[in-house]
Design a protein around this ligand. Structure first.
Ligand SMILES: [Zn+2]
Length: 106
């Protein structure tokens, strides 16, 4: 499964998922063309990707293995989640790639 999400500032305005990456990339292009001011992101719902070996998270950022980007995770009340794909720091790969085992309270 793949997802596309569009933000207007911090507000999420579109979120759609589909099993084909091609379809989601097409949606992403359409949204970008129609609404050039929105920030559009594509992510994988299932496939976790390792951070680049020379990658470096900026302050307060974590590696998001599903967006394949460093992102600032936000609190949703109980957990830290990626604002784009909504994976939390409870996720195995998020923990693993950010070396969070034992560090983040569950
Ligand atoms: Zn993400």
């Amino acid at each position: 499964m793949w997802g596309v999400v569009a933000f207007k500032g911090a507000e999420e305005v579109v979120r759609r998922v589909h099993k084909e990456k091609e379809t989601v990339l097409n949606w992403s292009e359409k949204i970008k063309t129609k609404y050039p001011t929105l920030k559009v992101h594509v992510y994988s719902c299932l496939q976790a990707t390792e951070p680049p070996t020379d990658g470096q998270a900026k302050k307060n950022q974590l590696w998001c293995p599903y967006c394949v980007e460093y992102r600032k995770f936000k609190h949703d009340g109980t957990r830290l989640v990626c604002p784009v794909c909504e994976v939390s720091t409870e996720d195995f790969y998020t923990k693993r790639y950010n070396k969070l085992f034992g560090k983040v309270k569950t």
